[in-house]
Each structure stands twice: as C-alpha cells, then as structure tokens.
Write a protein of this length. Structure first.
Length: 359
C-alpha cells in the first residue's frame, strides 16, 4: 500500500489517536470545500498505545459509533500514521521520471530506513529539481511499519470501512494548512520584507504526540514527531493536586482556572523544551531561514492562552488555527459554537479528508 496513494473517488478521513477517533468528510464547492459529515468519539485509556492497537474491540466499537453519528456517504477511508512507526526522509537523487524511480527507490530507502524493507510499506514523492544542481532532484521517502498499518486496516474492516489511503500526519497537517492560507500567506511574507527565505512551523500537539512540519518558502524543509502532549499536563495536574488521572483530565477540561500555576509551568517548560529541540534541528541546516510563525493545532491547542505562552517563551509569533474557519459550514446541519470549540483539534483529519480531491 502506498503512503501517498489515493485516487479521486471520494474518501472519508478517519483519524485514530490514543484518545479518540475523529471523522471528517468534505465536498468540493465553488468557494473551496464544505464540511459534509463529522464526528468525534473518545477511546478508553490505553486502547491504543504508541500506534499499537491494544484493545481492538474498543477501537472497532468506537469506529462503529463514529460512523453511526456522522453517517458518511462513503466507506472508503483515509487514515494517518505518525510516531516511531513512521520514517520520513528527504534525499537527493539523480533526475529521473517517477516510473524510473520506482525501480530504484527500495535500494535508496534501504540506506535510510532502520527497518528491514520487507517489514515496511514504502512510498515516495518527487518535490522537484535541486536549485543548486539541476541534475539532482529532491525526493521525500516515507516508510511505515507494516504491522501498524495492517492493525489499523483490520479494525477498520471490522467496522465496515475499506482503507484506500494511508497518509503521514505531518503531510495531512500541511494539506490543511494550505486550505487555511498559511502556506502562501502574502501578508506575513510582506511583513518579513523578503529578508531571505520565509519559514513557518506547523505544530500539532495531541495527547502524547507532537507533529512538527516546518515549511520554507511553502516547501517542506523539516518534519518530526515527538512524544509529548496534553497527557503530560494531565500528569502534572495529578501530581500537584493529588488527583486520579480521570479527575485530573476533568479539571483540565472543565475547570482549567483551578489548575495550579506550578503544574502549568512544569508542562510549559517541557513543551517548550521539545519544540526548541525541533527548531534547533531545523536551524542546524537552515540557519539563514529562521521560523517566523508558529501555527498551533491539536487537542493541546484548546489549552487556554497556549499561543501567548509559546510566543513569549519561544520569541516566535504564535497562533491557534481552526480549519473550520476556512471551510464552508452549513449552519443548519452543524453547531458552529461546537466547531469553534473543537476546530483546532481537527486539523489532521481535515487534511486527510482533502485527499479525496487529489488528481
């Protein structure tokens, strides 16, 4: 199965994380895209741990619940993979056609993928010719452990879904960012006044995983997944307030103003440290193009004032992004207040749903 493969036959996005399942289906309209169906269903704790399906019955039931709630028009699904199971590398190769590259890609991938090639699904995408050496082209390699994809396929099939596209979460994030006008942001680029290259960081912060995609002049320059997220804040609340995990989660979501400043500070110190690590890795090869804007999505984007906190701590302009502000929504069918509330955590499934319109 190709990690980028999809034909224009209609897909429903199924984003499976450690905390829940999100479904998004879009339709193309004259003004861009319209929300067609959507649902979010939570998963029991530890039903999925680090991309591994631990409780397949719970995941299958949640899939049935999310389908029942959303009632999508298709059972053809697109899913996203991330974390340790995924390897993404940008490599330089001699100019060739996609057909010619198919016969060479396994050998090239063998040099970069730390798993047996027989144990992974592998795909590639040609980004274009190298600016400095026209005889070379930049190619993105993506590989994912077969067992992870196969496990997801199995639980999807048990719920009556057919897996037709497997994408990487960082790429889905980029697709959604394009629709939100973040990739080609003329106003922001003008403010930068053309002093060198323009770079932005897309940062999707989930329960225990951060997807980072840094784009330079609209092109992917650095991607990384890091294990940190909202679960770390829950654990800090647990320790500081001497609560159970469930009670700490409830405090985080329902009475955030009661959370101690000490717990918040420890969470932000850890989060900032993780983000600085990614920014430093990027800067090591792109020192002439520092990141000017940080766009925050994911479940952690719902933490009050997170953009202001990160902007102050990182010294980079930060903003929380809601993809539903850039997609047509039928107010009679969907509750706008609810979409405003959960929107930032729906960036990856929206990006996945856009794969329906690949040519």
């Amino acid at each position: 199965m190709g990690l980028f493969s999809s034909k224009n036959e209609g897909l429903v996005a199924i984003d499976i994380s450690s905390t829940g399942i999100k479904l998004v289906e879009l339709s193309a309209v004259r003004s861009g895209y319209e929300l067609k169906s959507m649902a979010v269903v939570t998963l029991p704790r530890d039903a999925i741990v680090e991309n591994t399906v631990i409780d397949s019955m719970a995941v299958s039931q949640a899939l049935l619940d999310v389908i029942e709630e959303a009632k999508p028009a298709t059972r053809r699904a697109a899913i996203a993979v991330s974390g340790n199971a995924v390897i993404i590398k940008s490599v330089m190769m001699p100019i060739s056609t996609e057909f010619e590259l198919e016969s060479e890609i396994e050998f090239e991938a063998d040099q970069h993928v730390p798993y047996d090639i027989e144990d992974v699904y592998l795909d590639f995408q040609i980004l274009g010719a190298d600016v400095d050496d026209p005889s070379q082209m930049e190619v993105v390699l993506a590989a994912c452990k077969r067992e992870v994809v196969d496990d997801y396929q199995l639980v999807l099939s048990e719920a009556g879904l057919e897996t037709k596209c497997v994408d990487c979460a960082v790429f889905a994030l980029e697709n959604a960012a394009e629709v939100c006008g973040l990739v080609e942001n003329d106003e922001a680029e003008e403010a930068f006044e053309g002093e060198g290259d323009y770079a932005i960081a897309l940062v999707n912060i989930g329960a225990n995983l951060i997807n980072v995609n840094i784009l330079k002049n609209g092109q992917m320059a650095f991607v990384r997944d890091q294990f940190y997220g909202g679960q770390n804040l829950t654990e800090e609340i647990q320790k500081e307030h001497n609560l159970s995990y469930q009670a700490a989660e409830a405090m985080k979501k329902e009475s955030f103003s009661d959370v101690s400043s000490e717990a918040l500070e420890r969470f932000y110190v850890g989060l900032t440290s993780e983000l600085v690590r990614s920014l430093d890795f990027y800067a090591a090869n792109h020192s002439e193009s520092p990141v000017q804007h940080l766009y925050i999505t994911g479940g952690c984007a719902l933490v009050p004032n997170i953009a202001e906190e990160l902007e102050q701590r990182l010294g980079i302009a930060a903003k929380v992004v809601n993809p539903f502000h850039h997609i047509k929504v039928n107010q009679k069918k969907f509750d706008q207040a609810y979409l405003d509330q959960i929107g930032p955590m729906m960036m990856v499934p929206v990006g996945l749903a856009l794969r329906s319109f690949d040519t």
